[in-house]
Structure formats: structure tokens, C-alpha cells
Design a protein around this ligand. Structure first.
Ligand SMILES: [Fe+2]
Length: 264
């Protein structure tokens, strides 16, 4: 039944000014084109490649981001630490230990239905001092027993940790999408119990860089092992996203489809 269908567009990690420009140029029309009821954008690299600010969060919301998720760089910009608690629908990973500012989940309305959005972060090669993301997901689901439509951004480095989270939440979340590596994976599918899953959505960032950063600086660091300051790469921007279609009555996903664009 088409009226029962909920469409959620998820836009991958926005990298710096070029990424923000691409979001502003592409997202408003794309939301209309795919008739998305909700757009979730990962903004954790939106401020110069590292972190987010309240001003930039407002910029992304102005372009159509209904919810902003983050990850390991969420507190990279010092000003954001006191700003985050005052920002609605801007999440940091839910498995930050107690005492960290901000929230890891929120409930938003889309097409007359409630959508629970949660942001989790893997620990392998990223932040070993975070709490367990699997148990954090359980706690959020237990706190929202009536939430049928659940969307999860699992921000993590390793494919195994993200795949494990997909299976762990299969049948309990409508979608689990991976972020952080900035490299899109070709495994978007609906898992056996109805959870849409992809290991990594990719990024909205410079195509001719090294995961969004200036390639010459990154290559030089690998060659010399000398410390250097990364900078966002120039040039055309890759825009990676996925559109998840969900049965509004059951909360189960019916499809997940990659939508990839370029912004020159
Ligand atoms: Fe990240």
C-alpha cells in the first residue's frame, strides 16, 4: 500500500566546505525527486573535515537535513562541546560514556509516523574507551518499546563490527547503515528479518582526495611518517546516499537503494 510506505534518505559523511556545498546543491531537489519523508545526514566531518559546529548544523538543516548524526570527530571543534546539548535533532554516538554532552537518539515525526533515530559508534580502531554499542542499542530499544520505525547510523571503521551490528539488530531496526570510512560498499540489501543494511554509505566529499583529504598531504605522511596537518581536498565532490523504503505498519524495510551523484 503506497500510503503506508515511508522513505528515508540517508546522506553519508559530509566533508568540509565542498561537501556542504554539494549537500546544499543536491539535497533539496533529491528529497523531492525520491519523495523522501525524512533526510538524515552524517555531519561529523562537515567543519573543515573534522567535527561540527552549531552554525554548520543549522546550515545542513537549512539544506534539508531533518536529523544530523556524527561519530568519532563529534567533539573535534571545541566550541561544539557546550553547543551540542542545545541542538535539537543533532546526535552524537549513544555509546559515549555517561557524562558526555548531547544525546545518542531522538524521535522525529515523518509522514505522520514516529521514527526513532539512533547513532552508535564502533570501538575497533576508533575509540576503545567507549561503551559497548550493542548494549547501547538494546538500551535505546528498551526505552522506546512502541517504536516500530528505527533508523541506526553505525559509525565504525571495521566492516565486521558494522556487519555484526546489522545482524544484531536484524528484525529490530528498520535500517542499519554504516558510516565513517568514506568509501561506499556494494552490499546494500535487506537482511533476512527485514532490516535494510549497508556496510558503508560513503561520503559527500572531494572525489580526488584521500577519503576527502588532500591526497598529496596524505601520501606524504605515509611516505615519511612525519606529522602534517590534513586539509580538505579541492575539486569535484562525490555525493553518496541511500534511500530506504520501509513498511510503516510493520517497521520492516522493503528496499535499500544507493543514490550516488557528483557535484562539480
Ligand atoms: Fe568518522
Amino acid at each position: 500500500m503506497p500510503d503506508d510506505e515511508l522513505r528515508i534518505l540517508f546522506v553519508a559523511d559530509v566533508v568540509g566546505h565542498p561537501g556542504r556545498d554539494a549537500v546544499k546543491s543536491i539535497l533539496p531537489n533529491l528529497k523531492k525527486e525520491v519523495r523522501a519523508h525524512l533526510a538524515i545526514v552524517n555531519g561529523e566531518n562537515a567543519a573543515g573535515g573534522f567535527g561540527l559546529t552549531g552554525k554548520i548544523a543549522a546550515e545542513l538543516k537549512g539544506a534539508g537535513a531533518d536529523v544530523i548524526t556524527t561519530g568519532n570527530h563529534v567533539f573535534a571543534q571545541k566550541e561544539f562541546v557546550p553547543e551540542l546539548p542545545g541542538l535539537e535533532r543533532v546526535l552524537r554516538p549513544a555509546n559515549y560514556p555517561p557524562g558526555a554532552p548531547g544525546q545518542g537518539s531522538c524521535v522525529v515525526e515523518a509522514s505522520g509516523r514516529e521514527v526513532l533515530v539512533m547513532n552508535l559508534m564502533g570501538r575497533i580502531f576508533t575509540a576503545e574507551n567507549l561503551d559497548d554499542p550493542f548494549r547501547a542499542a538494546d538500551a535505546i530499544l528498551a526505552a522506546h518499546p512502541d517504536s516500530k520505525i528505527v533508523f541506526c547510523d553505525m559509525h565504525a571503521e571495521t566492516t565486521s563490527e558494522k556487519t555484526a551490528m546489522g545482524w544484531y539488530l536484524d528484525g529490530r531496526a528498520s535500517a542499519v547503515v554504516g558510516t565513517h570510512t568514506h568509501i561506499p560498499t556494494a552490499d546494500a540489501r535487506v537482511l533476512t528479518k527485514g532490516t535494510a543494511y549497508v556496510t558503508d554509505v560513503g561520503m559527500v566529499g572531494p572525489r580526488d582526495g584521500c577519503i576527502g583529504m588532500d591526497k598529496d598531504i596524505v601520501v606524504q605522511r605515509f611516505l615519511t611518517a612525519m606529522p602534517s596537518r590534513f586539509a580538505v581536498a579541492p575539486g569535484p565532490v562525490t555525493f553518496n546516499s541511500v534511500l530506504v523504503t520501509i513498511n510503516g505498519s510493520t517497521g520492516r524495510a522493503t528496499s535499500i537503494q544507493r543514490i550516488d551523484r557528483e557535484h562539480v
